[in-house]
Design a protein around this ligand. Structure first.
Ligand code: PGA
Length: 255
């Protein structure tokens, strides 16, 4: 099944007004690769300005609260994200699972809230180094995915068209270390299996991205792996110079 390649930048806690020019440069240069869906997930407070700066480019959030509204000081709802001009949100990034102690259950509620509100979702999963070293990466990530997968009526509309998974081994994020192509292939195939078990035929359309130290040098090799439909990119998404070669590699891989 042919799935469009998807390359998404995760700016994490980077980005001020002055960086809107870089977002503009990324959006402009990405236009040369129309076969690739490209997006940038920026800090919540930058979404509106970014969306106004590049109205024809997909801007996303990095997190969303699971409630529609209410007494949740400091949090941002799916409707707010959409209202600000974003069409996408990441949920369950390991920096939130670890740093903010987000549980699988919370991640699942966030994904459900976002899909129900009409946002696209990238749900992240990934194992710690000790799990990988103990040979338990595949069952651990499969269990994490199973417990985090959105379900329910509002979700059925969003899966598969607005739903993607990002496999990001925690030990590969921001470290310069990348999983071997063999390990990526094994994990992505296990993820596809889990998706089939939950969503049946719709699972074939769900894109599975790899994330963790993806850059211009290693992107082509990663994109050549079976069942890799793109990348979630942190550090190398902060400038057009580093990000666009990854988009180009995805474009080349999709031909
Ligand atoms: P990295 O981050 O590309 O800087 O490793 C990826 C991510 O955390 O999404």
């Amino acid at each position: 099944m042919a799935r469009r390649m998807y390359v998404v930048g995760n700016w994490k806690m980077h980005g001020l007004s002055v960086d809107l020019a870089e977002i503009e440069a990324i959006a402009a240069q990405a236009r040369a690769y129309p076969a690739v869906d490209t997006a940038l997930c920026v800090p919540a407070i930058l979404i509106e300005r970014a969306a106004r700066t590049v109205p024809n480019f997909t801007i996303g959030a990095q997190d969303v609260h699971f409630a529609e509204k209410g007494a949740h000081t400091g949090c941002v709802s799916a409707a707010m994200i959409e209202d600000a001009g974003a069409h996408l949100t990441i949920v369950g990034h390991s920096e939130r699972r670890e740093g903010q102690r987000e549980t699988d259950e919370e991640v699942r509620s966030k994904a459900e809230a976002a899909l129900t509100a009409g946002l696209s979702v990238i749900l992240c999963v990934g194992e710690r180094l000790e799990v990988r070293e103990a040979g338990a990466a595949v069952p651990t990530v499969s269990a994490q995915l199973e417990a985090s997968l959105p379900r329910g009526e509002g979700v059925a509309r969003g899966v598969p068209n607005k739903f993607a998974i990002a496999y990001e081994p925690i030990w590969a994020i921001g470290t310069g270390k990348v999983a071997s192509t063999q390990d990526i292939a094994e994990m992505h195939s296990a993820i596809r299996e889990r998706l089939r078990a939950s969503y049946g035929d719709a699972a074939e359309k769900v894109r599975i991205l790899y994330g963790g130290s993806v850059n211009a040098e290693n992107a082509a090799e990663i994109f050549a792996v079976e069942d890799v439909d793109g990348a979630l990119v942190g550090g190398a998404s902060l400038s057009a110079d580093k990000f666009i070669p990854i988009v180009r590699a995805a474009f080349d891989a999709s031909r």
